[in-house]
Design a binder for this molecule. Structure first.
Ligand SMILES: C[S@@+](CC[C@H](N)C(=O)[O-])C[C@H]1O[C@@H](n2cnc3c(N)ncnc32)[C@H](O)[C@@H]1O
Length: 234
């Protein structure tokens, strides 16, 4: 794919026009530059997506937040799911779209070019909400609320410990103690929580949780996480 970098913008053939509110968005500029600079997308699905898609799921689409050129979205679409991917980088979305077209899956995927600080999903809609390699604690409550009854949420991000390996990681981009499980609203059951220590790349934490099959009337309450422990993508 031919990617042209000019001024603020990076033009990717076939991609949507950049909305005015995103032209100077710093995450967009940084990630576009990274994806345009000789990045080779593997399109491997994330292990969390593989696990979630192997479990019982209700009918409904999949939402992949901060998707990048996501192999997880391709896996879900190949399983016949409609998928919405959201990313601030149109270069990432362009790479994914090109691969989805190549695999005959593009009709199943909706590409949302948006800043997650502002974009919000409809509540109770998605059989699976997935987010790997990104953390923003203001996004998590809406993401959890977007999970359909009996659906799953899967999240993986850097922990505060990762800042030892990656001092440039901002404190707001890493999971605090017990997060994200501690931020789950009532009606979720934690299926798996795992700490993934990595001295080189930084420690990450992975969560998989299921929403009750019976929708809870109050989505506002936050409950502490259950049991012992077994990165915004920056
Ligand atoms: C580390 S990558 C993770 C990509 C993919 N989820 C994965 O696991 O490989 C982080 C992604 O977050 C996206 N991102 C960063 N800030 C964002 C924002 N404010 N809104 C939407 N996407 C954002 C980047 O463009 C990038 O694709």
């Amino acid at each position: 794919m031919k990617i042209t970098i000019s001024g603020w913008g990076i033009r990717v053939p076939g991609m949507m026009r950049v909305p005015p509110e995103l032209t100077g968005q710093p995450d967009r500029l940084r990630w576009n530059a990274r994806y345009a600079g000789g990045f080779e997308a593997s399109f491997h699905p994330h292990p969390l997506a593989e696990r979630a898609l192997s479990l019982r799921l209700p009918e409904g689409p999949v939402l992949d937040l901060a998707s990048g050129p996501s192999g997880s979205a391709l896996l879900a679409a190949a399983a016949g799911r409609r998928v919405t991917v959201v990313d601030v980088s149109e270069v990432a979305l362009g790479l994914l779209r090109e691969e989805a077209v190549r695999r005959g899956l593009s009709e199943l995927i909706t590409f949302a070019h948006a800043d997650l600080a502002a974009w919000r999903p409809p509540p109770g809609r998605y059989a699976l909400v997935l987010c790997t390699g990104y953390w923003d604690r203001t996004v998590f409550p809406a993401a959890a609320d977007a999970v359909a009854a009996d659906g799953l949420i899967g999240w993986e991000a850097f922990t505060a410990d990762a800042r030892r390996a990656r001092p440039a990681l901002c404190a707001d981009w890493v999971l605090g103690p017990g997060e994200p499980a501690a931020l789950l609203p009532a009606g979720f059951t934690v299926l798996a929580r795992r700490e993934l220590p990595d001295d080189q790349r930084g420690t990450r934490r992975r969560l998989l949780a299921r929403r009750s099959a019976i929708r809870q009337p109050d989505h506002g309450a936050q409950h502490p996480s259950h049991g012992p422990l077994t990165g915004r993508g920056r």
